[in-house]
Structure formats: structure tokens, C-alpha cells
Write a protein that binds this ligand. Structure first.
Ligand SMILES: [Fe+2]
Length: 222
């Protein structure tokens, strides 16, 4: 189990991996969130602290860097919670994508920063052409593609550039680190099929922490 923390509070929340490097980033997020109102400005202010975490070695346990064959995203793709705010306002997680595997096309619904820790990823970002009035349909076109290696990172500022997928293009699994202003794996997001236009409710789940009971109920209904 990828669960090295000692300061959990409610089960599955708080520091699931408790290291000085992770605490330094979360402390900086709290400082920035208290002093800066605009999401775009917060993301800009957090870039140095996020870059520092990506550049540091030794803080990510091997248990949080392994594929997960039971993943809801398929392809052995694993999402490990490292830190989760109990109020659902922030999370830090690792995403492990085996060589050659790709995530579904998905959205995030919160601002954040995403960067590469190991391996390489090809990211394809979509632009939405419809007005979003039909919850089951989306008309998407590719807006940009980028090849990302260790230390490269990008900002998420929905709705701009919020729909994408990533594919590992290294011959080893890629590991990306995600800092987002929600409880990403437990909120209901969307999975997109650009070819057909279909939009499906989607909740990825963490490999090492349960989602809150209300979300579990919704999962059972759907
Ligand atoms: Fe993503």
C-alpha cells in the first residue's frame, strides 16, 4: 500500500505520504491560497515550489510508482493519493502510466499543475467547439500536442485546455505529479470519445485511498 503517512486525520485524507518535500509544497499552496485570489495568479505563484518537487529525488515511495492492474482507467494506469485535504479543496497525486499505455480523454474541473517526474509523455489537448449544452455530447478538435520529459510541467485552468489525454512514450512507465484544487480521483468528471462525441461520467479513483461514501453511492447507482 502506498501509505507512508503519520498525520491522516480522517482515513485516506491528509498526508498519505509524509515527507518534507511534500509538506513544503502543501505549505506553499496554503500560503498562496490565503494571499492570492485569482486562480491564474495562484498557479503562477506556485510554479517554483512545484518545479522544486519535480527536481527532488527520493521522496516518492516505490509503492506509489507502480502500475495498478485493477485500475478503473485500464491499461494498468495507477493514481496514488499523496496528500488530500479533508474538505476536498486540494490533492497531490502520482499517476503511473505504463509504457505505451494512454489515459482516456478526460477533464479535471479544477485549476492545478501537472509535471513529469519519470519517463516521457505525449499530451494531446482538445478544444471544445460546442457550447456544452448537451451533457452527453461534445464536439472536440485537437488544440495542441506536446512531448514532456522530466521536470516539464503545465498548468490546468478550466475551462481552457482542460480536456486532454496522455500517453507514455518512454520504454519505462511515466510518472507524473498532479497538484489540483479538488479531490480529483473522487469527483465525478467526464470521459470523452472525440470520434463519436460521446461524453460519459467518469470517476478514476485512487489505488490507495477510498472515495467518500456519498461518491461511493453514486458509483453504485451509475
Ligand atoms: Fe489529466
Amino acid at each position: 500500500m502506498c501509505d507512508m503517512g503519520h498525520d491522516h486525520g480522517r482515513e485516506g485524507f491528509g498526508y498519505l505520504v509524509d515527507t518534507p518535500e511534500i509538506r513544503a509544497l502543501i505549505d506553499e499552496v496554503r500560503r498562496v491560497s490565503e494571499t492570492i485570489r485569482a486562480d491564474e495568479d495562484r498557479v503562477t505563484a506556485l510554479r517554483p515550489a512545484f518545479a522544486k518537487l519535480l527536481a527532488a529525488d527520493g521522496w516518492l515511495p516505490d509503492a506509489c510508482a507502480q502500475p495498478d492492474e485493477k485500475s478503473r482507467m485500464g491499461g494498468g494506469i495507477a493514481q496514488y493519493a499523496l496528500y488530500r485535504a479533508e474538505d476536498g479543496s486540494l490533492c497531490l497525486f502520482s499517476l503511473v502510466v505504463p509504457a505505451g499505455a494512454a489515459t482516456p480523454v478526460h477533464d479535471h474541473l479544477a485549476w492545478g499543475l501537472v509535471g513529469i517526474y519519470r519517463g516521457r509523455q505525449d499530451e494531446t489537448v482538445y478544444r471544445r467547439l460546442d457550447d456544452g449544452a448537451d451533457p452527453a455530447r461534445a464536439d472536440l478538435e485537437v488544440a495542441k500536442r506536446q512531448d514532456l520529459g522530466r521536470g516539464d510541467f503545465y498548468a490546468l485552468l478550466p475551462p481552457t485546455d482542460d480536456i486532454h489525454y496522455v500517453k507514455t512514450i518512454s520504454d519505462t512507465p511515466s510518472i507524473s505529479i498532479h497538484l489540483l484544487a479538488n479531490d480529483t480521483a473522487c469527483v465525478w468528471r467526464h470521459r470523452f470519445d472525440p470520434a463519436s462525441g460521446a461524453v460519459t461520467p467518469f470517476r478514476s479513483g485512487y489505488a490507495n485511498a477510498p472515495c467518500p461514501p456519498d461518491a461511493e453511492r453514486l458509483d453504485a447507482i451509475s
